[in-house]
Design a protein around this ligand. Structure first.
Ligand SMILES: [Zn+2]
Length: 141
C-alpha cells in the first residue's frame, strides 16, 4: 500500500518522495501550491492493483491509506470494493448489460434466474450478504 502523488502536468502517479517528475515538473513546488493530487494504491487478494483518488491533502491521503490498511488486515475486503455498495438489483442490471453476457444463448434463463433471486434479495446491498455469511464475519453494530 502506498500514497501516490499525481503530477499536475503529465498526470503520472509516483512516489510522494519524488522531488522532480520525469516530465521535469517541480513536485515540491506543486505540492506547496496544493496542485498535486494524492492517490492511494493497494492490492486486494485475487484482484489487480487498485488506485483510488483522494484529493489534494496528503494528510487525508494518509488517513485513507490507514483505513484501507486496517480493512485489509481485518479481512474486510468487501468494504473496500465499490461493488459491495450496490444492491443486487443494480448488480444484476450491470451484469445483464455486459456485451459478453448479452451474447449468451442462455441469456433469457440467466435473466429469469436473477429476476427470481432479486424478488427476495434485490434491495439488499451486495456487501451485507457477504458480511452475514462466511466465517470471518463478526456482528457489526
Ligand atoms: Zn510530470
Amino acid at each position: 500500500m502506498a500514497v501516490l502523488a499525481e503530477c499536475a502536468y503529465c498526470h503520472k502517479k509516483q512516489s510522494v518522495r519524488n522531488k522532480l517528475c520525469t516530465c521535469g515538473a517541480d513536485l515540491v513546488k506543486l505540492k506547496r501550491s496544493k496542485k498535486v493530487k494524492y492517490w492511494i494504491g493497494y492490492r486486494i487478494p485475487g484482484d489487480k492493483q487498485r488506485r483510488e483518488p483522494i484529493g489534494y491533502s496528503i494528510e487525508e491521503a494518509r488517513d485513507a491509506e490507514g483505513k484501507r490498511r486496517s480493512q485489509k488486515r481485518e479481512n474486510r475486503i468487501f468494504d473496500m470494493l465499490a461493488e459491495a455498495k450496490m444492491t443486487f438489483k443494480e448488480l444484476a442490471e450491470w451484469y445483464l448489460g455486459l456485451k459478453a453476457v448479452k451474447k449468451l444463448a442462455s441469456y433469457d434463463r440467466v435473466e429469469l434466474a436473477l429476476k427470481n433471486f432479486n424478488t427476495v434479495f434485490g434491495d439488499k446491498l451486495v456487501g451485507t450478504i457477504f458480511m452475514t455469511s462466511g466465517e470471518q464475519s463478526k456482528p457489526t453494530c
